[in-house]
Design a protein. Structure first.
Length: 358
């Protein structure tokens, strides 16, 4: 039976295909037409007729999964679970301390040390796919990050913030700063096999677009995006980034745009967020309450997701000057600001923070 999702080698994919065949068997027993079954299951009539003939001869057993195809796996189920546990322990637990990359030669060596079974790199690749592994780009996490502190913040500190916002009828505003140089991020593109594509990009080192963004949320209201852009051309008279008064002015603008409601500000522990000048500016605004994220925890800030999407959209950018880059960044941010497909809510969901009143 041809499957609309193309199936796969993993145990999960085989179980899904088996469930689809069993669903077809129920329709066979109900006497439904092959064309109707094909439309419901998104498969071809030919596949439906073939599975009907198999079912008529062998019943449900004929539709059950026969297990993985190809050669018989040289590791049994217990050994596969041991292998998964060993991979989850990390490389340092098995003697590789210089980096943190599982490569096929290392995995073949690990399999031999654990089970005295030799695999080629290609065989190890098929084995990893069989146990539902795939090559992935990891997410970098600061070595200084205290996971216990982060989880304590989510469990014990975040709920009082929500209670404070509900008591004050306030918006919860997450804030963060970032920047983009004239050299764009890299991204995959299509090219002929064996021919590495070459993309002309700007190599100037002096231009930069500084960014400050806020994602504002309130129960029962649409999530809002507020941002500011500050181009830096490398001139001596220019400011290189946002300072305390710039951030305070952005907060004043957010206060106006959010209907002059109270604001619960949540941001990181940057020096400009904690120094004496910023504390004085915060004290002058009675509608503003400020809380800080735990150290080295950018994943708790939804604005980080905004920067990620923005910079992916700037990948392989053609050569631009600073002003042209600033205009392009402003256009991309404005598009995200007015999207109604739940993009901003998705950034919040990605942090794992629940926003319902406690």
């Amino acid at each position: 039976m041809r499957y609309p999702d193309r199936g796969g080698l993993s145990m999960r994919a085989r179980a899904g295909r088996e469930a689809l065949r069993f669903e077809a068997a129920g329709m066979f027993e109900a006497g439904r037409d092959a064309g109707e079954i094909a439309r419901v299951l998104a498969v071809t009539r030919k596949s439906v007729n073939a599975r009907r003939r198999a079912w008529q001869v062998g019943g449900m057993d004929a539709l059950a999964s026969k297990g993985p195809g190809g050669a018989v796996c040289r590791l049994d189920e217990v050994q596969l679970k041991v292998l998964q546990q060993a991979l989850g322990e990390g490389l340092a637990a098995h003697g590789w301390v210089e980096d943190q990359r599982w490569t096929l030669p290392r995995i073949t060596r690990l399999i031999f040390e654990l089970f005295r079974v030799r695999y080629t790199p290609r065989g190890a690749c098929c084995l990893l796919h069989r146990i539902d592994y795939s090559p992935q780009v990891p997410q970098h996490v600061a070595a200084e990050r205290d996971e216990v502190q982060v989880q304590t913040w989510v469990r014990e500190t975040w709920p009082p913030y929500k209670r404070t916002a509900a008591r004050l009828s306030a918006w919860i505003v997450f804030q963060d700063e970032s920047g983009q140089s004239l050299r764009p991020p890299k991204a995959r593109t299509w090219s002929r096999r064996g021919v590495t594509p070459r993309v002309r990009v700007s190599s100037k080192g002096s231009g930069r677009v500084n960014l400050a963004g806020m994602i504002a949320l309130r129960h029962g209201f649409r999530t809002r995006l507020i941002y500011r852009i500050m181009p830096y051309h490398g001139r001596k008279s220019e400011r290189k980034g946002f300072r305390e008064r710039d951030l305070a002015g952005m907060l004043d603008a957010a206060h106006q745009q959010l209907g002059r409601a109270n604001i619960i500000l949540v941001w990181d522990n940057d020096t400009a967020h904690r120094d004496g000048e910023m504390k004085r500016l915060i004290a002058q605004r009675d509608w503003l309450t400020v809380f800080h994220l735990p150290p080295y925890a950018p994943t708790l800030n939804p604005v980080e997701g905004l920067w990620s999407v923005l910079k992916r959209s700037l990948a392989n950018l053609a050569p631009h000057g600073t002003d042209a880059l600033a205009a392009l960044v402003r256009t991309r941010l404005k598009r995200m600001q007015y999207r109604n497909d739940g993009l901003l809510d998705g950034f919040i969901t990605e942090t794992g923070l629940t926003l319902q009143p406690p």
